[in-house]
Write a protein that binds this ligand. Structure first.
Ligand code: G3P
Length: 218
């Protein structure tokens, strides 16, 4: 499973990239707002840090305007993946941006039929929003399962990018189902390493080691 980090915070991205954990980055207008930075400037900086796909989202809702914005975003760096919303205009833009050879992430997916349309439009990634479905009182993971089944049935190449991840359990469930990518907030990504028995075991080993009076390498 590939890990993308869902943030436009350059400091967090650099730290996670240095740990060797990052395969890509996703941003959206809300995350750009949170960063307090200009989209072109912050996206360029992220693309210089991370080799993998960096999703940057168009904000136009009409096809020809989306295409204009996509061209501007694509000029930032070769690894910019254009993010478009799951609308008819977005799907049309997806098809045309893909035929120019650029990666496209179709976002705001809340149904299996929407995911089917994105795959038919040639999307590189489909982003089902797990957490926001859970917020409605239904199970976001069921959507990941449905999309996986449909894509496997027809051999679609579109990668399932589990988004709106809020918990470490979301990451585990998405991995068990076989989502290709999880885009995870920085804190949740770092929380994946945590286990109380790891901490307890390490504490015991260090205490016992101190009692031996030894040191390794000196
Ligand atoms: O990148 C989009 C997605 O991950 C948003 O997550 O927590 O705002 O629903 P959230």
């Amino acid at each position: 499973m590939k890990f993308f980090v869902d943030t436009a915070d350059v400091k967090e991205i650099r730290e996670l990239n240095d740990l060797g954990l990052l395969d890509g980055v996703t941003t959206n207008p809300s995350l750009i707002l949170k960063s307090g930075r200009k989209i072109a400037e912050v996206t360029k900086e992220i693309c210089d840090i991370v080799d993998g796909p960096v999703s940057a989202e168009v904000t136009a809702t009409e096809y020809s305007e989306m295409m204009k914005e996509a061209k501007v975003l694509a000029k930032i760096a070769d690894n910019v993946c254009i993010k478009v919303p799951l609308t008819l205009d977005g799907l049309k833009a997806c098809k045309d941006i893909r035929s120019d050879g650029r990666m496209v992430n179709v976002t705001l997916c809340f149904s299996a039929n929407q995911a089917l349309l994105a795959a038919k439009a040639g999307a590189s990634f489909i982003s089902p929003f797990i957490g926001r479905i859970d917020d409605m009182g239904t199970d976001g993971m069921e959507l990941i399962e449905e999309i996986k089944t449909i894509y496997d049935n027809y051999g679609f190449q579109t990668e399932i990018l589990a988004a709106s991840i809020r918990t470490v359990n979301h990451v585990k469930m998405a991995a068990l189902i076989g989502a290709h990518v999880a885009t995870v907030p920085p804190a949740t990504l770092k929380a994946l390493v945590k286990h109380p028995l790891t901490d307890k075991g390490l504490e015991q080993f260090l205490a016992d080691w101190a009692k031996t009076g030894q040191s390794i390498g000196s």
